[in-house]
Design a protein around this ligand. Sequence first.
Ligand code: NPW
Ligand code: ADP
Ligand code: K
Length: 494
Amino acid sequence: MHPELILRPQQMKQADGLTVASGIPGIELMRRAGRAVAEAAAKMLMKEAHVVIAAGPGQNGGDGFVVAALLAGQGYRISLGLLGRVEQLSGDAVLAARDWKGPVVPIDSLAFDEADLIVDALFGTGLARDLEGVARIAVERMNASGKPILAVDLSSGIDGDTGQVRGVAVKANRTITFAARKPCHLLMPGRAYCGDVEIADIGIARETLEATSGRLFANTPSLWLDKLPRPELSSHKYDRGHTLVLSGGATRTGAARLAARAALRTGSGLVTVASPPEALGVNAAHLTAIMLRGCDGPEGLHHILQDERLNSLVLGPALGVHSGTRAMVAVAAHARRSLVLDADALTSFEGLATEVHQAFRHAPTVLTPHDGEFMRLFKGHPDIIDPESKIERAHRAAAYTGAVLVLKGPDTVIAAPDGRAAINANGTPYLGTAGSGDTLCGIIAGLMAQGLPAFEAACAGVWIHGEAGASFGPGLIAEDLAELIPGVLRKLLT
Ligand SMILES: NC(=O)C1=CN([C@@H]2O[C@H](COP(=O)(O)OP(=O)(O)OC[C@H]3O[C@@H](n4cnc5c(N)ncnc54)[C@H](OP(=O)(O)O)[C@@H]3O)[C@@H](O)[C@H]2O)[C@@H](O)CC1
Ligand SMILES: Nc1ncnc2c1ncn2[C@@H]1O[C@H](COP(=O)(O)OP(=O)(O)O)[C@@H](O)[C@H]1O
Ligand SMILES: [K+]
């Protein structure tokens, strides 16, 4: 099974160049691209419908000319408007424009509200700056028309690399992209602007895509399914790992239990909650299959970790923001077990990121910040927090700390220090509920306890968490999530 590759705009350009060099002319690629869009358009249309095509000055516009010629040949009524003049076109767009025998009008004279379908071929991967003037007005008029919009490659106005809106962007219902998805199809807000995305094969070889892609993937099971643990006939609980989750004080114990239960449901053979003495009673009252031990601060943790069988740790949820938590992190990192750090374990290092510089390179470690925790942790490190691309931010943080970074949100990005990265897209807004992140920590730790490497555990954990949430929908609370994990695993493993 091939993992799904994602190509950044620059890489797509390279793949395009290599394909042309291998003997397929650029205009042929453009014709295939246009044909895929025309086929998708025809599926959205009644016979003799009116299609309004907005073509831009580059090769995305060229695709628009191909679509116009093909749909006109099938009997659809076409209006084509161009941003700029035909004489200013360059490259393969010149050839594509020659195939279009109908009129070309200025883009500002197109009547979008008379369309049955709008084809957005204004800008694709070559968008270079914010939309202004005529281009901006055209996009605003398209959006205001309320008509269905089919985007060529990506929604015009969306930055292909970062998914950010450059001034204004087309609200497309559907997008046909070519050869592979681009980051903007998965990253927010681009994902929302592109609508349903279909990938059309235009004959760029898999090897070419692999050679240019730089190891960025969509987080689909093909990325990690073969590594997902399956217990052997002869295996016993200790073969499936032992996860330790640190609990907060007497009034802050729920987060640890959520993580612990998720680790157990994910298949960790044993799970123990390590609790401050004053919280032992409340933890004991709520735990059954999960074991409980007293743990008095960093020294207590050091003592517990003398048991080598404890191979995976969760540290952070509700632990408290203070130097004691930093000391616990130091003990955990020193112990070289698999480690998931979240919430207070990250916030306790607010503005102190230098203390975690390369701290986690010796053992499989996963950091799971949401945007707020990320900003706090890397405060004072503009090289890490400033890049517009979420992938770049996650990459840099991973390289800095030596840990796998899970930068959470509707478009969670998982990045490894070795340069691999994945973008997740199967979640649901219903996951935005108290304790949801604690559950995610437990899933990832439970997978690492069973031997999954950190990057694969993080990717699989985020996907399983997303799938569990999506399978429940409205009314989801964090307590439900662990109970939904078996259903997700069953589908993956059988
Ligand atoms: N790669 C492939 O394999 C294949 C690619 N294909 C297609 O090519 C597309 C990429 O084409 P592309 O590189 O020509 O870029 P594109 O998106 O048309 O825009 C560039 C033009 O827009 C202009 N411009 C930029 N920003 C602007 C702004 N804010 N406001 C105004 N103008 C602005 C810019 O002008 P300039 O910056 O030079 O002033 C330039 O003229 C790709 O998305 C896909 O559809 C397919 O045919 C199949 C094979
Ligand atoms: N709109 C959304 N779509 C998909 N996933 C979401 C969305 N909002 C939040 N999530 C996910 O829900 C989880 C929330 O975690 P977190 O913010 O740490 O919550 P808490 O601290 O309450 O546990 C993360 O895994 C995040 O990716
Ligand atoms: K477009």
